[in-house]
Design a binder for this molecule. Structure first.
Ligand SMILES: [Zn+2]
Length: 239
């Protein structure tokens, strides 16, 4: 056991067996922005052996209040590539596949090849719904999260619990950039990373069939139950 993981290997839930599961895990993180930075950082630190990063954006100065994998010298460069460089410095033992690509109906299945789990770290409904269908089709768990201002949510989509369509999530008008403070993205991203790690270890997801709602003004979270909608088109096809 590498000493890098010694402290987490002391946990009953991990041990050497769990560390091997983390090493063998292959996770796709869609979006290397405000949520993607904490998710990628903590998955890399935990020793998740393969991370695929998909992001078609370049770094701008307005990202730096929350996207801590980047510095001013990264402005104008591809997020996926810069994130990879930064993460490899943190943990050179893992493999990272950086894709400068936007998720679409056409490329979603290719991006999911060889992938065990997806963490969605995007800010638009279109990508979320594409990933929702693509993951349900393949039976791959999807960890969702979103933030606005001091508020955020997280949930887990699987065939045996509600998907985004069941929850009434629909593609709306593209909104102007939303206000967000880095800590909100950090907290929600951390909850997503935690769910991802727990599922890799074989533990039951705490957010399957539940939406965690976070309120940063009151430092509270609550879990709201969500059920599979018998009329959900995605569940009818793939559930
Ligand atoms: Zn559904």
């Amino acid at each position: 056991m590498e000493s890098r993981y010694a402290r987490q290997a002391l946990m009953d839930e991990i041990g050497p067996g769990g560390q091997k599961k983390l090493k063998d895990a292959r996770v796709l993180v869609v979006g290397a922005g405000g949520l993607g930075c904490p998710v990628l950082t903590y998955l890399a630190c935990a020793g998740v052996g393969f991370l695929r990063i998909a992001d078609d954006d370049v770094i701008s100065e307005s990202n730096l209040n929350r996207q801590f994998l980047y510095g001013p010298d990264c402005i104008g460069n591809q997020k996926a590539l810069m994130a990879k460089e930064s993460l490899i410095r943190q943990n050179p033992d893992i493999k990272i596949d950086a894709l400068f690509e936007r998720v679409s109906e056409e490329n979603a299945q290719r991006m999911l090849e060889g992938i065990h789990m997806v963490v969605d770290c995007v800010d638009n409904a279109k990508t979320r719904l594409i990933m929702n269908s693509a993951c349900m089709k393949k039976g791959i768990p999807l960890v969702e999260g979103g933030v606005e201002g001091f508020y955020g949510f997280a949930t887990v989509v699987k065939r045996n619990c509600a998907c985004l369509e069941c929850m009434g999530y629909r593609e709306g008008e593209a909104k102007a950039p939303m206000g967000v403070i880095g800590v909100t993205a950090g907290i929600i991203g951390m909850i997503q990373a935690n769910e991802c790690i727990r599922m890799i270890l074989g533990l039951e997801s705490a957010l399957c069939g539940k939406i965690l709602q976070y309120d940063g003004h009151h430092a509270t979270t609550r879990n709201v139950d969500v059920k599979i909608d018998p009329n959900c088109g995605v569940h009818k096809r793939f559930g």
